[in-house]
Design a protein around this ligand. Structure first.
Ligand code: NAP
Ligand code: MG
Length: 498
């Protein structure tokens, strides 16, 4: 096997972890896949292999669902008191913090992202979310409800865990997506089968080890890695009560179809083509670096990436010059180099997709004022790219690129209705940002935008307490905040005639 040279940059703990055999976590035990196969995992900075991981399939999913069912129906998880449940979730946060450097290195070599981003964003956010959710464990309540029916009644509602949940996650924030999914589900009292993305399974496996160390009973969290088949098997499984998915809108639609078999509950966090609006009074010293982070963070592989940039024509040239400058300042290199700001895209497939979009943009008349090309000749690096002369009918403007490519368009209008219509002219509705010093303009436009998150003078901003999710084809349901607890609970109404 052609081993990636970056393995030599890993610290001792991460190095020891990735060189181990990587198995499936089922019912508290690490087991090989039923079919006995493994699949290779690659470092996108070199294309070299870094690990081999158990290639789970439908039979493994079935075993995992059985274990989760047992842990939910008969196992101790349902009987664990809320304070104790919260404590175990909190303990997992402590363990993530303790092993933060190791986890950040695993994430960086597997996904390609700068290790500094993993340390500053992915790890702290994951810990904070676990702790935030742990706090809800003791606060999941119902209501006492006055009834109007004749006679005397005592009626109340209660929230119960939805049951066995299947969670399917993408490769852009492998560990953080795992935590976004498991934290509220565990707090609500559900049991889980987690399916990491085939491109980036390693940090979820390490998370599984820490889950066992934190003291979750066997079967509460099961993890099945696999190259292609386990996701579909999980979404279709008749004994799964709910499936939660983050990934492409295309696969989201397949999940909905698969879920129809037993009408399991579905929540979806899908793609986006998020607009940013820069008004003539915007503070460019904030808007320029903000828009740059909005699109270039995580190499643009963010569902909320600010990929359509509408700039008032009075500022357009200044904004473009500033953005190009920012783009060129970003150091490109392997994620494990601590000075790297832009790593490779996650995989060859993703590299080909983004390269295809760059070619299509050029063909349809867009102009790359900065970037637009591959960086180097090894690994899957693409230069941060600013496209101008883009029009609403171009593919690069309509479709989610999921790469470091922003389409900039000038506007000359003060009618917020028309401005909003431009922003809303997409099948997606995940996020939007507004850059202005006029609070009236900011909040009026915020109301008109069809997006689950609207940010003012900032982009790509998330907080554990803020509900997050999409309008239109960007998804169903909201993660984080109390809304995430609602996603993993059913409401029962109890009425007693006295
Ligand atoms: P994807 O195909 O949507 O994969 C996401 C997850 O779904 C992976 O765990 C994948 O497993 C699983 N999956 C694939 N097909 C499935 C099926 N039929 N039933 C159940 N699960 C299934 O995403 P991708 O191919 O990795 O990326 C393609 C595009 O998706 C990107 O370019 C981007 O536009 C979008 N995307 C969005 C997000 C987001 O955060 N919203 C994240 C990543 C990607 P396997 O790994 O086994 O395929
Ligand atoms: Mg895929």
């Amino acid at each position: 096997m052609d081993v990636s040279a970056n393995v030599g940059r890993l610290g001792a703990a991460a190095s020891a972890f990735i060189s181990k055999p990587h198995k499936l976590l089922i019912d508290g035990k690490w087991v090989v896949a039923k079919g006995g196969k493994t699949f290779p995992v690659f470092d996108p900075a070199t294309g070299g292999q870094i690990a081999a991981v158990a290639d789970g399939g439908a039979a493994d999913i079935d075993l995992a669902v059985k274990a989760a069912r047992k842990a939910f129906d008969d196992g101790p998880w349902g009987k664990v008191k809320p304070t104790e449940r919260g404590k175990i979730v909190w303990r997992l946060a402590d363990l993530l913090e303790k092993h933060a450097t190791e986890l950040a290195e695993i994430e960086s070599i597997d996904n390609g992202k700068p290790v500094s981003d993993a340390k500053m964003v992915d790890l702290p956010f994951s810990c904070e979310l676990l702790r935030y959710m742990a706090g809800w464990a003791t606060k999941i309540t119902g209501q006492s409800i006055p009834l109007s029916a004749p006679g005397e009644w005592h009626a109340y509602s209660m929230r119960e865990p939805v049951g066995v949940v299947g969670q399917i996650i993408p490769w852009n924030f492998p560990l953080m997506m795992a935590v976004w999914k498991i934290a509220p589900a565990l707090t609500a009292g559900c049991t889980i089968v987690l399916k990491p993305a085939e491109q980036t399974p390693l940090s979820a496996i390490r998370l599984g080890e820490l889950i066992m160390e934190a003291g979750f009973p066997p079967g509460v969290v099961n993890i099945v890695t696999g190259d292609g088949t386990p996701g579909a098997a999980l979404a279709a499984h008749p004994d799964v009560d709910k499936v939660a998915f983050t990934g492409s809108t295309e696969v989201g639609k397949l999940i909905v179809q698969a879920a129809a078999g037993n009408l399991k509950k579905v929540s979806l966090e899908l793609g986006g083509k998020s607009p940013s609006f820069v008004f003539p009074d915007a503070d460019l010293s904030v808007a320029i670096p903000g828009a740059a982070t909005g699109i270039f963070f995580n190499m643009g592989q963010c569902c909320t990436a600010g990929s359509r940039l509408f700039v008032h024509e009075r500022l357009f040239d200044k904004m473009m010059a500033g953005l190009s400058d920012e783009a060129q300042k970003l150091k490109i290199g392997p994620g494990l180099d601590p000075t790297t700001r832009v790593g490779p895209l996650v995989s060859e497939e993703q590299f080909q997709r983004v390269t295809g979009y760059l070619a299509s943009g050029k063909e349809q008349g867009a102009e790359a004022i900065t970037g637009g090309r591959r960086h180097g000749n090894e690994g899957y690096f693409i230069e941060p790219t600013v496209l101008t002369k883009t029009t609403p009918t171009m593919k690069v403007v309509r479709e989610e690129i999921f790469g470091p490519v922003v389409c900039a368009m000038p506007f000359n209008d003060d009618d917020l209705e028309r401005i909003a219509r431009q922003g809303n002219a997409t099948e997606y509705g995940l996020a939007a940002s507004i850059w202005t010093r006029d609070i009236g303009v900011a909040h009026k436009l915020a109301r008109k935008l069809k997006a689950g998150s609207v940010w003012i003078n900032v982009h790509n901003f998330n907080d554990v307490a803020l509900p997050f999710g999409g309008y239109k084809q960007s998804g169903w349901g909201r993660e984080m905040g109390y809304e995430a607890i609602e996603l993993y609970t059913e409401v029962k109404a109890v009425a007693a005639m006295l």
